[in-house]
Write a protein that binds this ligand. Structure first.
Ligand code: HEM
Length: 532
């Protein structure tokens, strides 16, 4: 009995082993044949596409978007060239990394790539209709909003009418800086600059300010700050489901969807009060046709009919205003922080800029906007900062809506376009010593215009083509003005223990290229106190 039993066990074990061996064989065969099919399919497809790194199954080349994607992509472009192909999950992607490739692409394919890819945060926060200027698809709605913004917000006449707002906001913050300088404490420059740019934006848009002295409603200020902290944080977050929609559950598990949904609820509960859209509507009714009243931007948005005769909804107005504040605040403040960082590690350049300011402005008044055209060296510092520290290193993502042909290759609809401004601004064919801060490189080239977005594609901090930044003039003026004020009115030094040699100049990527560590500086006034 015992032997029969052991025989049966041996038989069973051999049989089972046999099954395992043949099972393993089948799995191995399946794996190998899947791999062969995958390699063949990818190889056949890739033959017809621009060069690029080999994609992993499922995720493709998504890993390049981790950490500092502008640098990862620059390194890849050094190997694969100015026009590179990536497979980002399920999304085909073209990466432009040289001035020549940017010129070629914008001259021939700007319209095709004038759409914006959908993002999870936009979908949850604003709903699926994407009605802000930054996220709206290229088409009639976007064209109308862009036209309204160009004529009612960014036109030379409107820009000129806001000179006093810019000046008041900078002067009001100069007073705060003066007071801070008396304490000899190191100042977090970014928070000061963000206050100025945010106040300037909100005064232009809704005739209100939220930072500095004289702000009475502290709760509203807190809500405003919370909203834009969330918007900036969401804009800098990577959502895997934007590239592999089936993985949306991952974002659910990570709590990202719950966080965005909670933010949407908070946003909708406070934003109406902050932007006062309904109050504007009521005031317009009470006012009637008062010829003396100067409408602000909310009045304009409420009153301008769209081509179909309809008016913008409150939701649409709120989206347009929020995206404008989101797009214009951090970008501008960050550029000045980088300019000051470079000037702290390049004291000779800082001194030269101060000498120019002293010669042009003198010591009996503060800088004025009309001084900027007379400060050519300061303007080269601004250009060089935009070059070396492009505030939006990968621009805003774009995509195609239709299938298209680029450089002889066919691309399906929804191909993403990444404009690697960071790499373009370091294109060794255009710039000598591209990694060093040398404003003098522009001294003999005043024709290099970082705001044209056409002809010269070696300096495009505001993007290029149809969706180029509409706030480029305002952004450039604010950066130049704030920098001029900081240098003319104060001498600056690094806090104890930090030197020109060891100041950390590394960056992080949150859609905007921010300093990894805040810039703390100690200010010493250069002008008599009554001037501030
Ligand atoms: C230093 C300042 C700024 C920089 C570097 C900057 C940069 C950019 C870039 C790279 C884009 C994407 C362009 C493209 O897709 O080709 C953009 C778009 C945009 N920017 Fe700016 N920007 C700045 C300031 C501003 C300001 C002050 C405003 C508003 C007052 C603004 C409003 C916008 C809007 C609404 C868009 C979306 C345009 C569209 O999709 O049609 N920006 N910006």
């Amino acid at each position: 009995m015992a032997s029969a039993h052991s025989h049966t066990r041996r038989w069973w074990s051999q049989e089972a082993h046999g099954i395992r061996v043949s099972g393993e064989g089948t799995i191995a065969t399946l794996l190998i044949s899947s791999l062969v099919i995958y390699v063949t399919v990818v190889y056949q497809r890739r033959k017809k596409l621009p060069p690029g790194p080999w994609p992993w199954p499922v995720v493709g080349n998504l890993a390049v978007l981790a950490g500092l994607p502008h640098r990862n992509l620059q390194n890849l472009a050094a190997k694969y060239g100015g026009l590179m192909y990536l497979q980002l999950g399920q999304v085909p992607c073209l990466v432009v990394s040289t001035a020549a490739a940017a010129k070629e692409l914008f001259r021939t394919h700007d319209v095709i790539f004038s759409y914006r890819p959908k993002r999870l945060d936009h979908e949850i926060i604003s709903g699926k209709s994407y009605k802000s200027l930054t996220s709206a698809p290229y088409g009639p709605y976007w064209r109308q909003i862009r036209r309204i913004c160009n004529t009612e917000l960014f036109s030379p006449a409107i820009h000129a009418s806001h000179v006093s707002v810019r000046s008041e906001e900078i002067h009001s913050m100069m007073k705060v800086l003066l007071a801070e300088s008396r304490t000899e404490k190191a100042i977090d420059l970014k928070s000061w600059l963000t206050g100025v740019t945010a106040n300037n934006m909100t005064r232009m848009l809704i005739n209100k300010r939220f930072f500095g002295t004289g702000v009475s409603d502290q709760q509203e200020k807190k809500d405003f700050e919370e909203i834009f902290d969330h918007i900036f944080a969401a804009a800098g977050t990577f959502f895997i489901s934007d590239f592999i929609p089936k993985l949306r559950f991952v974002e659910m598990l990570q709590g990202k969807i719950a966080k965005l949904t909670a933010f949407r609820k908070f946003l909708h509960s406070v934003i109406g009060k902050i932007f006062e859209v309904e109050k504007h509507r009521q005031r317009a009714l009470e006012r009637g046709n008062d010829p003396i009243y100067v409408p602000d931007f909310v009045d304009v948005l409420l009153n301008t009919p769209l081509d179909n005769g309809e008016r913008l909804t409150d939701r649409e107005i709120i989206s347009i205003l929020s995206s404008m504040i989101g797009a214009g605040t951090d970008t501008t403040a960050t550029t000045v922080v980088w300019a000051m960082s470079e000037l702290m590690v390049n004291p000779k350049i800082r001194k030269q800029a101060q000498e120019e300011l002293d010669a042009v402005v003198g010591d009996s008044r503060l800088v004025e906007e009309s001084d900027i055209p007379n400060l050519p060296f300061l303007r080269t510092i601004v250009k060089e900062t935009f070059r070396l520290h492009a505030p939006v290193p990968l621009s805003l993502p774009r995509c195609s809506e239709q299938p298209c042909e680029v450089a002889g290759s066919q691309f399906p609809a929804n191909t993403r376009l990444i404009l690697n401004v960071f790499a373009i601004h370091r294109d060794p064919i255009v710039y000598e010593n591209p990694d060093s801060f040398q404003p003098s490189r522009f001294v003999d080239h005043p024709e290099v215009d970082h705001m044209s977005g056409k002809d010269f594609y070696g300096l495009i901090p505001f993007g290029a083509g149809r969706r180029m930044c509409p706030g480029y003039h305002l952004g450039n003026v604010m950066v130049s003005l704030m920098l001029a004020h900081l240098l003319h009115s104060f001498d600056w030094r690094l806090p104890a223990g930090v030197t020109e040699e060891n100041l950390d100049m590394s960056e992080t990527y949150k859609l905007v290229g921010l300093r990894k560590k805040p810039l703390f500086l100690i200010a010493k006034p250069r002008s008599p106190a009554y001037l501030y």
